[in-house]
Design a protein around this ligand. Structure first.
Ligand SMILES: NC(=O)c1ccc[n+]([C@@H]2O[C@H](COP(=O)([O-])OP(=O)(O)OC[C@H]3O[C@@H](n4cnc5c(N)ncnc54)[C@H](O)[C@@H]3O)[C@@H](O)[C@H]2O)c1
Length: 264
């Protein structure tokens, strides 16, 4: 569905010279907002690496980025529930490309569930996707960032749990902890000039969201409840992440930046 062209898009978007050649690791980069970030960083001349469980989508994305003339992304099929596999993938990517100066903790799954249906095993499984990987990815990239003398970590939060929402209590718990992760690490990592921020999207029209949950009624509601009437697209979130990864955000850390069209 076409969005109105804003004056900004008519004149083009920011180019960050500091991102050229910068090595960026993204979890869950194969589709959705993660894929928009893979493309956006590559368009800036950054060297991107990503992991995802979706092999076909990841391969298609990597081919599309390379065909557009941007640095070909390094990618690997990896289930982030397996912490050892995630840390191994980060190490292998760093061996191939060099130390990462940017980490984007993007992977998540907002599968719906009821309060009554949640078992301890399901709870753990939700946290194993939506909460645990971010900390252990940070643990894996920090030594390289310290060698580089600086870094930027962006943790994807959500505004979903910050307003009246239902249908995904485990996801809400995990997402509400992202600000704690950001604040809990920004102090100790700041001593090494590693910045840590949260980017919290509103309702973003990824393929999955459109397929599973967008209806004429929900579309009408979001256009009414946001301050801005247009639907959020993955690239809107990617542009905020580019800024935070760049040296233009040199003194931004321990913050939550919302990209929600004024809904929360
Ligand atoms: N789309 C939204 O409206 C919205 C709103 C608020 C917050 N967010 C946040 O933005 C981030 C991206 O969301 P999205 O909507 O693009 O999600 P998505 O579900 O569209 O994409 C997530 C990606 O992660 C991959 N993935 C899922 N489980 C995995 C696993 N176990 N191991 C490896 N990869 C796995 C998927 O294959 C997919 O490519 C998430 O952190 C999400 O919580 C999204």
């Amino acid at each position: 569905m076409p969005e109105p062209t804003s004056p900004a898009s008519a004149v083009g978007h920011a180019v960050y010279p500091s991102l050229r050649g910068r090595r960026v690791f993204i979890t869950g980069g194969g589709s959705g907002i993660g894929a928009a970030m893979v493309s956006a960083f590559a368009e800036q001349g950054a060297q991107v690496a990503f992991v995802d469980v979706a092999e076909a989508a990841s391969r298609a994305l990597a081919e599309q980025v390379a065909a557009a003339g941007h640095p070909a992304p390094w990618w690997q099929v990896c289930n982030v529930r397996d912490v050892a596999a995630l840390q191994r993938a980060i190490d292998e990517a760093a061996t191939a490309l060099g130390d990462f100066s940017v980490l984007v903790n993007n992977v998540a799954s907002d599968d719906r569930h009821t309060v009554e249906s949640v078992t301890p095993e399901y709870w753990d499984e939700r946290m194993a996707i939506n909460q645990r990987p971010a900390f252990f990815a940070i643990q894996a990239v920090v030594p390289g960032m310290r060698r580089l003398g600086s870094g930027s970590i962006v943790n994807l939060g959500s505004t979903g749990w910050q307003r009246n929402s239902s249908g995904y209590p485990c996801y809400a718990v995990a997402k509400s902890s992202v600000n704690g992760l950001t604040h809990g690490l920004a102090g100790s990592l700041g001593a090494h000039r590693i910045r840590v921020n949260t980017v919290s999207p509103g309702w973003v029209m990824t393929e999955r969201q459109v397929k599973l949950w967008l209806t004429p009624e929900s579309e009408q509601a979001v256009r009414r409840d946001q301050c801005l009437p247009d639907l959020l697209q993955p690239v809107h979130v990617a542009r905020m992440v580019l800024f935070l990864a760049s040296d233009d955000a040199a003194m931004c850390t321990a913050q939550e930046f919302k990209v929600d069209a004024g809904w929360a």
